[in-house]
Structure formats: C-alpha cells, structure tokens
Design a protein around this ligand. Structure first.
Ligand code: NOJ
Length: 522
C-alpha cells in the first residue's frame, strides 16, 4: 500500500497476509475413511449435535445468525482443479511460475492439485454433507479463453456449466469468482497486468462468462484479493509472476486491477439478467482498534480508508484519496476521470476475505491521525508448516470479523456483505511435536474449530448489531494447493490424501455442519 505520513511504510506481502513495517517485518497472512465414514460420524454424533443445536437456537440469541444467512465453503480453480492441459485449457502464468526452482516452498505444483476437474460431482456431495447452502468457486480464465481473448473454448464453458447444474441440483447457490490469479500466459506475455489492455480483456471475458452462465449464476465476484495478487505478484515477487516493480509501475498495476473490476461490473450488467449481483472479493488491509474507545475507533476508521486507498476505497468512492495522491506523488498511477467513473461503478455487495487484522491501530496526533501498534512476537499465531514465522504468520484477531465488516458500513454504507474467505492453515503432520493421532479416522483439528468459533462470535456480534453480512464462506472446502506454500499448509474442512485423492472429513467438518444446520455458532 501507499506509505502514509506519520505511519510506517506498509505493504502486504505474505503467503496470505504479511505486513512489512519499516524497521522490521511481521507476517500475517498474508486409516483413511471415505465418505461412508462421514455418515458414521453424523449418526454417532447426532444426539450431541441436536443438543448443541437446541442450545444454539433456543438457549441464547447470542449465537444465532439472521434468517437466510448463507453458509458455504470457498475454493479457487487453480488450487483444486488440476487437469491443466485438458479440454483445451491454455497455459496460465502460474503454470510456469510454479515450475521455477524455489518458487513453491515444498517443491510441489498444481498439475493434479486435488483433481477436482474430474471429481467435482463427489465434491458437491462433500458440500451437501456439510449442510452448506452456497459455494464460492472460481472460473479459470484460460479454460474459457485459452489465449486470454479471441475464440472461446466451449469445453471450458461446459465444465463450469456442469458444475453449476450440479450445485443447483443439490440446492447449493453458486457464487462465481472471475479472477483468482490464473492469468492466461498469452496476456502475461503481452505485459500482463502492467498492460492496460489486460483490463479490457478481463471485461470482455467477464461479459462472455455472464452471457453463458448468468441464467444460473446469480452472484459474481470480479477479482479475488486485489491487494494480495498485486502486492505479492508485482511488488515482492513471491506470487506469480514474481516481479518486483518500481513504485510507479506498481501503482499502474494497482490501477489496472481496479479498472478491470469496473469494466467487468459493466460487462456483467450488460450481459446478465436483471437481478444478477456483482461485487469484488477483496482482502482489505483490515484494522482494529487496540482498545475499543471512541478515539481509537475513529483512528481505525481513518486507517481503514487510507490503507485501502488503492483498492477498496477507490472502488467504493470512485476517487483516489488526497492522501494517496500526495503520498504517491510522481509515482501516482496515470488515470482519467472516465477510469474513475468505471472503477466506481455501482456494485451490489462487497465480498471480504477476513483472516486477521493486518494492523492494530490507535489514535495519534500525527498528520495521518492514527498509528499502528506492532504485534508482539508472543501474540498467538497460526503456524504455516514449512514456512518460518518470520516470513508468514496469522495473528489471532477474531475482532477482525467485527471491525472488518462494520467499517464497511461506517465508511461506505455498504448494504450487502459476504465473508468470502476465513480459515487457517492448521496442519497436523504425524511427526510434528504434539501431533495427536486421528480418532476413529477423524483428524482432531481442535485448533481450526476453536479459532473459527472465536471468529464467528465476532461475526455474530456484527450481524446482531445490524451489519448486513449475508453469508460466510469457509476457506476451504478441502485441503488444496496453497500457492507458494505448496501442498503442505492445509486449510480444508476435509483432509485430502494427495496419493489417493481420498477426501476425509476432519472434526471441523462436523463443527461447520453443526453451525450451518442450526444457523448458529455450535
Ligand atoms: C487467500 C486466497 O484467496 C486463497 O487463494 C488462499 O488459499 C487463502 N487466502 C489462504 O492463504
């Protein structure tokens, strides 16, 4: 992000969340039973589940979510599909990046990933068994336009068409993301997101997808995590395409990304039936007040707006803030008034991926009006296997759910919000210290359950106060290819055996199911 007067320079650079602060660096994020055994789990625990549901629904309203609240899981094409060379898919910039020595921590790649391309029907059943009512997936641009533009690939369209039909047949609402980082290689070769034409190509692609799927898909997300793919792909180089651009070039990439979003919003509106909803799925630079008093809350509001100036703020206000333009100075992006109108095209909702607060904030008498209180090294943290804590970490900040949604309303009067991702890399390798064996074949991911429950309590706090959060998507349905982290960090409610591709519910799957079934925290 832009560096602000009076606060340290900050940039998101981690595997999922990672914040670099001048003078230091602190990472945030950025016996296998099969399906039948899940039935056993549900049956065996049925009584207990009922008890907790009853408690959740009748014992205390502090656990209930609003009627109609959607529970779902999220995935992304490149992380789960595999089949990179099947049915006419063109190469993406991630294919080559993942083959670079050292680019992926564990040396793995996504050529097979979790073979979802061939197993999507079974995977929809996994969702069903979670009592999920919604699913967020992404469409691989190189499957639809193998060369980024030009002639569409019917087989690619057919795959997503079959997936959408399967979801609908199982009463699961499809939420489609149009860009989850797998840029067609041909476009990358022409400059990728550094080239303004990529934004136009994205608009065309979005309109085409809408023309093919919007009769059955009512919700579209334009781009997933602008801040992550831009800052890390073009700033620090730890995600594809692995570039480290100078500030002016990086600001131009940021601008092209939000412009692409605006063009996609317009193209979808032009192609889709009335009632189709569209919005971004951003991982905002989330902030929370270190102490919940009016002065620190005010400072946090300012921080949220300014730290997201290049992404969420310009999308929601249709203008770059004065502080952003002052700070970027000669390196500011080149843009026109028309660009700003496009970027600020009205949207129907904001999707927000919330894993942690990037910053704890307090009031300050500096020109920015806020300052960051650095996390202590002892702050509770989710560990990423194979990646040192100094490189990436995820500080336990359940309040990020409350502030990350409430501030969207306070600042921009957002009327509809989805938690498009939330979860953690809780991985239980048998030889790790303290690792506990599975019981009856079920991985006891106690950390994921306790962590997620705490976040859900803060989300419930927000909805109880009227913050219009309409749904929650857990990241992720199943373990998958965690970008530069490779296959080692495991985010799934279902564990995947990468040798056999067998999916097995973890204990957190039972927790999720209990929450979804009761529409309450279990
Ligand atoms: C952010 C990304 O959208 C997703 O692709 C990633 O796997 C998770 N969060 C976890 O890092």
């Amino acid at each position: 992000m832009t560096s602000l007067e009076g606060v340290p320079h900050m940039a998101v650079v981690g595997a999922d969340l990672h914040v670099e602060v001048a003078g230091g660096s602190r990472g945030l994020p950025a016996g296998q039973p099969g399906l039948d055994d899940w039935d056993v789990v549900s049956r065996d625990s049925g009584g207990a589940l009922m008890t907790s549901n009853q408690e959740a629904t009748s014992g205390t309203s502090a656990r209930k979510f609003p009627d109609g609240f959607l529970w779902g899981t999220a995935t992304a094409a490149y992380q789960i599909e595999g089949a990179l060379e099947e049915d006419g898919r063109g190469p993406s910039m991630w294919d080559g990046f993942a083959r670079r020595p050292g680019a992926i921590y564990d040396g793995s790649n996504a050529e097979v990933a979790v073979d979802h391309y061939h197993r999507y029907r079974d995977d929809v059943q996994l969702m069903k068994q979670l009592a999920a009512r919604a699913y967020r997936f992404s469409i691989a641009w190189p499957r639809i336009f193998p060369e980024g533009a030009g002639t569409p690939n019917q087989k690619g369209v057919d795959f997503y068409s079959r997936l959408v039909d399967e979801l609908r047949a199982n009463d699961i609402e499809p939420f489609a993301t149009l860009y989850h980082w797998d840029l067609p290689q041909t476009l990358h070769d022409k400059g990728g997101w550094q080239n303004r034409n990529t934004a136009a190509a994205f608009g065309d692609y979005a309109g085409y997808v809408a023309s093919q799927l919007a009769d059955r898909v009512r919700y579209f997300f334009t781009i997933n995590e602008f801040s992550t793919f831009v800052e890390r792909g073009y700033g620090t180089g730890t995600l594809a395409p692995g570039l480290q651009l100078a500030p002016a070039e990086l600001n131009q990439v940021r601008h092209h990304a939000v412009l692409a979003h605006g063009l996609a919003v317009q193209a979808i509106r032009a192609q889709a039936p009335q009632g189709t909803k569209v919005g971004p799925a951003e991982q905002a630079i989330d902030v929370q007040p270190i102490i919940e008093t009016p002065e620190h809350i005010d400072a946090t509001r300012t921080a949220m707006r300014e730290l997201n100036a290049g992404y969420l703020t310009v999308m929601l206000e249709g203008t770059y803030t004065d502080a952003f333009l002052t700070q970027t100075g000669a390196d500011a992006p080149k843009f026109t008034e028309d660009d700003l109108r496009t970027i600020g095209s009205p949207i129907d909702f904001v999707g927000t991926n919330i894993y942690a607060s990037h910053h704890l904030v307090r009031a300050a008498g500096n020109p920015a009006g806020f300052e960051v209180v650095p996390y202590q090294g002892t702050h509770p943290d989710a560990l990423w296997p194979g990646i040192p804590k100094s490189i990436v970490s995820l500080p336990f900040t359940p309040e990020s759910m409350y502030w990350g949604t409430k501030l969207l309303v306070d600042l921009w009067d957002v009327k509809e919000i989805y938690i498009t991702e939330n979860g953690g890399p809780f991985t239980h390798e048998p030889d790790a210290e303290g690792s506990q064996p599975a019981i009856d074949g079920i991985e006891n991911d106690t950390d994921r359950i306790v962590w997620t429950r705490a976040y859900l309590h803060q989300l419930q706090r927000a909805t109880a106060e009227g913050v219009p959060v309409r749904g929650y998507f857990h990241w992720s349905l199943m373990d998958n290819f965690e970008w530069s982290g490779g296959l080692r960090p495991r985010f799934g409610l279902y564990s995947v055996n990468y040798e056999t591709q067998e999916r097995t519910p973890k204990l957190s799957a039972e927790f999720f199911r209990a929450c979804a079934a009761a529409n309450a925290i279990a």
